[in-house]
Design a protein around this ligand. Structure first.
Ligand SMILES: N[C@@H](CCC(=O)N[C@@H](CS)C(=O)NCC(=O)O)C(=O)O
Length: 212
């Protein structure tokens, strides 16, 4: 029997969090329905969605009668409920590798705020113009390059021994800077561009104006 899975996202396809959950579902190759809410029309604030999702934000996954919000929790839930080897693996088996994946997922969500603010996903996915980086954002970008470089000693590989949601998340953060021509170290820019050739990510990009 097919799982009753519904991913709730935003109609603008600009949420990095919906992106992350979408890629996780695509990587699991599970049949699911994508329900799009207009954040502009505040559809996520309607009581039926707000109360079911608890957070009232996107993404939220409905699996049967179970609702779950928070993008990284969604990926981890999918891994546990649809585990390997019956389903493609999302998180590495090795505890240290898995911990590093979670570390990167937490880091990109809690850090680099100036970069995320000045290089919004509307710039990345909808081609909106962006001004020069402020000194604060430039410093945040430099910090990102140093950290990404340390996490990716060999940029021809993934962050872990397999592709994981952390590759999707970190590549999105770097691509915010790549598309606006910032001085991203070439090996990191090439890594992010290569990650973005992945079918799960191409499936997302097909809904956006990104053609890079
Ligand atoms: N930590 C959450 C963040 C979710 C989030 O902030 N979603 C935004 C879209 S990018 C949202 O729903 N915004 C609508 C609102 O807060 O009113 C996750 O990882 O899923």
């Amino acid at each position: 029997m097919e799982p009753d899975l519904v991913l709730h996202g935003s109609a603008s396809f600009s949420s990095p969090y919906v992106f992350s959950a979408f890629v996780a579902l695509e990587e699991k190759r599970l049949p699911y329905e994508l329900k799009l809410l207009s954040l502009a029309d505040r559809e996520h604030e309607r009581p039926e969605y707000r109360d079911a999702s608890i957070t009232g934000r996107v993404p939220a996954l409905r699996h049967g009668d179970f609702w779950l919000a928070e993008s990284s929790a969604i990926a981890e839930y999918l891994e546990e409920v649809f585990p390997p080897p019956a389903h493609p693996r999302l998180y590495p088996a090795d505890p240290r590798e898995r911990a590093r994946v979670r570390m990167v997922q937490a880091l990109v969500r809690s850090d680099f705020l100036p970069v995320r603010t000045e290089r919004t996903t509307h710039v990345l996915f909808q081609g909106e113009p962006a001004g020069p980086l402020s000194p604060e954002a430039a410093a945040s970008a430099a910090r990102l390059y140093r950290i990404a470089g340390a996490l990716l000693p060999d940029p021809s590989r993934h962050l872990a021994s397999i592709f994981t949601p952390a590759d999707a998340d970190l590549s999105l953060l770097l691509m915010r800077l790549v598309v606006t021509g910032e001085q991203v170290p070439p090996a990191l820019a090439a890594w992010a561009r290569r990650v973005w050739t992945r079918p799960s990510i191409r499936a997302w990009l097909a809904h956006t104006r990104f053609r890079g």
